[in-house]
Design a protein around this ligand. Structure first.
Ligand code: F6P
Length: 564
């Protein structure tokens, strides 16, 4: 199959009939979740949907059936579903890099039919072959067949990567810790602050440590620097027991270092045996790569079965996105709701609040997914965006956030749409005496969205005995939009579904705004300047003098205060 052309100019959403109608609708509509729920006993049911195993309740958002119909019309007018189909078929919708966008192909089940061939590549066959190699490697480590240089079993896998080569793996590892094999754990080194490599390795035994250098490009300064630091730490540690000949050093690297990259030539240049390298392809964006060989650390520590289950979960959500009717298509609906919140209700941020301690890195993961994807002011044809784009995503697990920033969500002057995520069955059912603690936890989850939606009126505050100026302070306006996402239990499959859900939500928003969600040119300038500044930072006076006054003064401060 030849991939369809993707160069169609984006439709300016603000010129559509739906946009004008949404503007008018926004002005006319008087919002009251209290009234809407009272008037329509079916509202919760009407606005709740099933996507794979996820139950998604959109009813506490500031929308009516008419709002949703107009948003669907907007999606039709800008061609969201056509672009979805183009993406799934392998069109080069990453226009600035002239690449297909095929992360969904990473989780197609073995034997999926018809086979996907794009740009002359047999995609399914290549994906399955890489998975086979990753799983074979993982099995060797897990069974103890793969040992360190001194014959000892691997106990710790250190993943060195940054951005998409770190945030996905670390988030999934933290989320699925109960699946980790006994006696095997993972560490993650990402920051070029040498503290990260130091703290992550200081209590490890090099003899039982395996390092995965994960980098799509294998050019990333942080990752290559950390890889060299950890390589030196490892060799140093091994040398403490016995001097190593150059041949033995090579063997040590072969036994303790593997790599994941799309640039296998560069892996070899680094000194890692290409037999110990797992590849992926330029049609997988870094922030969409946790389900590629970038997940090798996960397949190793959590196991191939858990990784397969994770992929199946992703695929379940892909199928939903690809086939569910528009009015029940949850990623489409949630993406459109975000457009409503950003462009009509003027929300600038979006909170994601998982009621699961295991998901404590999920908001950080979503920050790269959403903000590196949609933080753009230029559309895919090079013209300026015509609306606000990319909101700031942020969050923390509940209930911790309740005691920190929820005040602002409840009573601040800004509207902050929030997604609440919870699971019916806990991974650990603990009781405090008679009290099931998970129930206490979930009571908080239910209470927060209820309070945000319905608030507390001045009359209700007074009825509780409060008087005077305190009444206003204790009043809650309500009408603060939330989405509740529930699933039976946090499992690898459900986690895959959640990640894919947010991938597709991000895609939908990008299409409405007309932006290419799959490049990230905005990270380049800082990288370039950091390289250019190396001489000045090292003390080259003429280089310092050539800098702007602020940067020069900061570098001088550094040079005067650095103690060695
Ligand atoms: O600088 C941003 C970025 O390119 C991300 O998009 C990417 O996930 C990260 O750096 C790491 O890149 P790599 O996997 O090539 O080392």
């Amino acid at each position: 199959m030849t991939a369809p052309n993707s160069s169609t100019a984006p439709v300016d959403p603000t010129t559509t009939d739906a946009w004008s109608a949404l503007e008018a609708h926004h002005l006319e509509q008087s919002t009251s979740l209290r009234e809407w729920f009272a008037a329509d006993p079916q509202r919760a049911e009407r606005f709740s949907h099933r996507a794979a195993d996820l139950h998604v309740d959109l009813s506490k958002n500031l929308v009516t059936a008419e709002t949703m119909e107009l948003l669907q019309q907007l999606a039709r007018e800008v061609g969201v579903l056509e672009r979805r189909d183009a993406m799934l078929a392998g069109a080069h919708i990453n226009t600035t890099e002239d690449r297909a966008v095929l992360h969904t192909a990473l989780r197609r089940p073995a034997g999926a039919s018809p086979a996907l061939e794009v740009d002359g590549q047999q995609i399914d066959a290549d994906v399955q072959e890489t998975l086979r190699r990753v799983y074979a490697f993982a099995d060797q480590v897990r069974s103890g067949q793969w040992t360190g240089m001194t014959g000892r079993r691997i106990e710790t896998v250190v993943n060195i990567g940054i951005g998409g080569s770190d945030l996905g793996p670390v988030m999934v590892y933290e989320a699925l810790k109960p699946w980790a094999q006994d006696g095997l754990s993972a560490r993650f080194v990402s920051n070029i602050d040498p503290t990260d490599a130091y703290e992550s390795t200081k209590d490890l035994d090099p003899e039982t440590t395996l390092v995965i250098v994960a980098s799509k490009t294998f050019t990333t300064l942080e990752t290559l620097t950390n890889a060299r630091l950890v390589r030196e730490w490892l060799l140093q540690g091994l040398r403490e027991n016995a001097a190593l000949t150059p041949e033995q050093e090579k063997e040590a690297i072969a036994k303790h270092f593997v790599a994941v990259s799309t640039a296998l030539d560069k892996v070899a240049d680094f000194g890692i045996d290409p037999d110990n390298a797992f590849g992926f392809w330029d049609w997988v964006g870094g922030r969409y790569s946790v389900d590629s060989a970038i997940g090798t650390v996960l397949a190793t520590v959590l196991g191939p079965d858990a990784f397969e289950e994770l992929l199946a979960g992703f695929h379940g959500m892909d199928e939903h996105f690809a086939t569910a009717p528009a009015e029940q298509n949850v990623p489409l609906l949630m993406g459109l709701l975000n457009v409503w919140n950003v462009n009509f209700l003027e929300a600038e941020t979006h909170a994601v609040l998982p009621y699961s301690q295991y998901l404590h890195r999920f908001p950080a993961y979503l920050q790269q997914l959403t903000m590196e994807s949609n933080g753009k002011s230029v559309r895919w044809d090079g013209t300026l965006a015509t609306t606000e784009t990319g909101e700031v995503f942020w969050g923390e697990p509940g209930t911790n956030g309740q005691h920190a920033f929820y005040q602002l969500i409840h009573q601040g002057t800004r509207i902050i749409p929030a997604d609440f995520i919870a699971f019916a069955t806990p991974n650990h059912a603990l009781a405090d005496g008679e009290q099931d603690v998970h129930e206490l936890f979930l009571a908080n989850f239910f209470a927060q969205t209820k309070a945000l939606a319905f608030g507390k009126t001045a009359e209700e505050v007074r009825a509780e005995g409060t008087e005077g100026a305190l009444v206003a302070a204790r009043e809650f306006s309500g009408d603060r939009p939330t989405t509740s996402i529930m699933a039976p239990k946090l499992t690898p499959s459900v986690l895959g579904q959640l990640i894919a859900l947010y991938e597709h939500i991000t895609f939908v928003q990008g299409v409405v705004w007309g932006i290419n969600s799959f490049d990230q040119w905005g990270v380049e300038l800082g990288k370039q300047l950091a390289k250019d500044l190396a001489g000045a930072v090292a003390g080259d006076e003429s280089a310092i003098a050539g800098e702007d006054a602020s940067t020069a003064a900061l570098i001088r401060y550094y040079r005067e205060n650095r103690k060695r």
